[in-house]
Design a protein around this ligand. Structure first.
Ligand code: ADP
Ligand code: ZN
Length: 723
């Protein structure tokens, strides 16, 4: 049997790097094809990865069962998967799993339910805005598949069935075509300012000419989105595809609306809230090249795109691009890798770029395009520090008088205010007044957080919930629990007492669940139905609220605690983003930051608007300690359900670390939360110069160290957080 009759198939599993299979004589397969193969007693779908290794004797070789009717994964995409696996020290199959679609996407779909205009329209039917959108989408469009109609119009299934019931539209079977309406690049956009035009021109010239990487840096409201829209337009004109990664897909209603305004249709969305039918359709549309622009959370980066010409990573500094579960990777960094492999242009956009990105500009790997001003001359908010040591609020309150006064003035002027506190719930700690017991999660060494609206205690790490006990489990005192510290719910209570007529909306991941709720929130704020927003970081990003002129940061020090490498950088980014919510239109904005440490360099830099000073100082500190972006860092995390074996394994690893110059293994140290979701964890940190091949070192090290059962080892290259 000749070798061409055998192929290596990579399976989406965390072990091995592919198995050999025989190709039956009547079947033709090529690298990248999705195929069904036997694995032990089961059948599985994998991807033809290349030539067989030839190690398996012919008589033990099993045959490929079938070839799926799906577009093959390109060589570039397979290279991308291998690249991530090598970089993240993960199994290629684990990475492939992230790129696998829902199984039904692998075969050409049969007919499904669709809707079309009713032959005769009833005269009395009520036309709500969603109904109008559906009618507009169906006008002249024939029969449109139900899932697609929902995605295009934002109408729910209930709206569609309701419309069919009253006779506005009717159902009909329709063959699903893997297409997506094409965005129109040449509809008129806004008239760009000179700075915007020159940035857009640089991007436009790069699209379609191979790999090129840009940092698009500009304060919030400077028009970064308008500028990269022009790069997308150029990709579209050349028949290329684009991926746009956004941090919080649930919060992009405004973004989608703007895209639609610019390009005439919505882009294909990709995020965790899609139905299976939508996943199937959009995956095929992306893989066949008919979905021209896909916008999504970090997982959108794994979609096959045969004509990929442009990747945009908006808010590139955002932490949510780091995936911590499963294969640990940073979507921004991997986006750059993908752009390299696919010979595409990439734009990283941010008002507060990551230091890694700034370092890459300094190394001339990325071209920096700057938008120095807010569009239309809108002023950046003036950030004032409020020294809590001198202006502390009265006991049991969290808002200083100066901030309260500013809120009252803002509302009196018919404008809106935002209070930012990145703490969900009522109070972060509940303790017994009699014996001092703190209520803790049984699975994590963390306090339980009271959520008064939901009437319960919650662990923010594992989701454990229970009612607030009436008797203290320790001393049996009755009704003795007191809340300590503020959460957003408690702030709402305080505001209700101070500004009783204010219409307050609390926005957190508890109250804003999913895209529809986020869209409703944005609408309410824009319509002026809300005076005061109180919220967590979900409010910090991307929104444009013209009447919002005051931002109060309740605890500007919150992110500075702890020994995290990026604490200062993150606080800088977050406070800039939050403050940037104020005064985005013609009204000037104001930000008041309450702090116990107003002399901290980060807070001083914010108050003085000293971007360059802050970055220079932070970069110098990183350089002094040979920390990223000047040095390389990896974490080895050992975890398990029993403390002692975990500790022992961590010690063993430390002892067995091969000696290597320009590299140090630090630790092991127990995690700050000793117990998380019932797991004990220890971490070793590997710190090396940039010349060292960290992955090769770690592979060598781990392969030499036998791993006992019941203990897990996870590698985290470029670690971000550890708690
Ligand atoms: P960023 O992405 O930098 O925060 P945006 O692109 O969202 O900035 O722009 C902020 C606001 O200003 C948006 O409403 C946008 O439509 C508007 N805008 C930006 N540039 C222009 C322009 N040249 N003409 C008209 N409106 C603009
Ligand atoms: Zn817990």
């Amino acid at each position: 049997m000749s070798r061409a009759d055998r192929v290596k198939v990579l399976l989406p599993m965390p072990v091995g790097s592919g198995y050999d299979y025989r190709v039956p004589a009547d079947m033709a397969v090529a690298p990248g094809d999705f195929v069904r193969v036997p694995l032990g007693p089961r059948h599985m779908t994998g991807v033809v990865w290349g030539e067989a290794d030839g190690a398996v004797p012919d008589d033990r070789l099993k045959s490929v069962l079938a070839r799926h009717d799906a577009p093959p994964l390109s060589a570039a995409h397979r290279g991308f998967i291998d690249w991530i696996a090598a970089y993240a020290v993960a199994a290629p199959g684990s990475v492939l799993r992230m790129a696998m679609p829902v199984p039904e996407a692998l075969d050409a779909p049969g007919p499904v339910t669709g809707y079309r205009m009713a032959a005769a329209t009833p005269s009395r039917a009520r036309i709500t805005p969603p109904r109008r959108r559906v009618l507009e989408a169906l006008a002249g469009a024939g029969t449109v598949e139900a899932g697609r109609l929902r995605a295009e119009t934002g109408a729910s299934a209930a709206v569609l069935t309701g419309m069919a019931r009253v006779g506005l539209i009717e159902t009909a079977p329709v063959a699903v075509r893997p297409d997506w309406p094409a965005p129109q690049p040449d509809r008129t956009g806004v008239a760009l300012s000179a700075d915007q035009r020159s940035a857009a021109q640089s991007l436009g010239e790069a699209v379609g000419r191979g790999y090129a990487a840009f940092l698009l840096e500009g304060v919030t409201g400077s028009g970064k989105t308008e500028v990269y829209f022009e790069a997308i337009a150029e990709a579209l004109r050349q028949g290329l595809q684009a991926i746009v990664l956004l941090p919080e897909i649930a919060l992009t209603a405004q973004w989608l609306a703007r895209f639609e305004q610019r390009f005439g249709v919505r882009p294909a969305p990709w995020h965790s809230d899609l139905t299976r039918a939508q996943r199937r359709q959009i995956w095929r549309a992306a893989a066949t090249g008919t979905a021209r622009v896909v916008v999504g959370a970090r997982s959108a980066l794994m979609l096959p795109m045969p004509a990929l010409g442009l990747i945009v990573v908006d808010e590139e500094h955002d932490q949510s691009f780091k995936q911590e579960d499963g294969v640990v990777y940073h979507a921004r960094d991997m986006a750059v890798v993908r752009a390299t492999l696919e010979k595409a242009a990439i734009v990283l956009a941010s008002a507060t770029p990551a230091l890694e990105t700034i370092a890459n500009v300094e190394r001339r790997r990325y071209v920096r395009l700057a938008l120095p001003e807010r569009h239309g001359g809108a002023l950046l908010p003036v950030a004032e520090l409020l020294d809590l040591r001198r202006e502390a609020p009265p006991r049991g309150r969290w808002l200083a008088d100066r901030l309260v006064k500013a809120m009252a003035e803002t509302l009196a002027a018919g404008e809106q205010a935002l209070l930012y506190l990145n703490r969900r719930g009522y109070a972060p700690l509940t303790l017994c007044r009699t014996c001092g017991l703190r209520l803790e999660c049984p699975h994590c060494s963390a306090w339980l957080v009271e959520h008064r609206l939901a009437g319960r205690l919650e662990c923010h790490h594992c989701g454990h919930i229970k009612p607030l006990p009436r008797l203290c489990p320790e001393c049996s005192a009755e009704d003795s629990f007191v809340p300590c510290g503020p959460g957003v719910e408690r702030l709402a209570e305080e505001v209700a007492g101070l500004l009783p007529s204010a219409r307050v909306l609390v926005a957190t991941s508890d109250t804003i669940r999913g895209p529809a709720a986020a869209a409703a929130l944005v609408q309410d704020v824009q319509d002026g139905a809300v005076d005061l927003l109180i919220g967590t970081q979900i409010l910090a990003k991307g929104h444009h609220f013209p009447k919002l002129t005051l931002v109060g940061v309740v605890d500007a020090d919150l992110g500075l605690a702890g020994g995290d490498l990026r604490a200062a950088e993150r606080t800088w980014q977050m406070l800039n983003q939050v403050a940037g919510r104020a005064g985005r239109a013609e009204r000037p904005g104001r930000a008041i930051l309450q702090s116990w440490r107003p002399d901290h360099p980060v807070l001083r830099a914010i108050a003085e608007g000293d971007r360059d000073g802050f970055i220079a100082e932070e970069m110098a500190a990183r350089q002094r300690f040979a920390m990223p972006p000047y040095g390389r860092l990896a974490a080895i995390i050992v975890s398990g359900r029993r403390a002692e074996p975990v500790r022992q394994m961590a010690e063993t690893l430390a002892h067995r670390a091969p000696a290597q110059t320009d590299l140090a293994v630090l630790g092991p140290t127990p995690a700050p939360l000793a117990l998380l979701r019932g797991y004990f964890r220890y971490r070793l940190l590997v710190k090396a110069t940039r010349a060292i091949n960290l992955q090769a070192y770690i592979r060598r090290w781990l392969s030499r160290t036998p791993q006992p059962g019941g203990v897990r080892i996870k590698v985290d290259i470029d670690p971000y957080s550890f708690f």
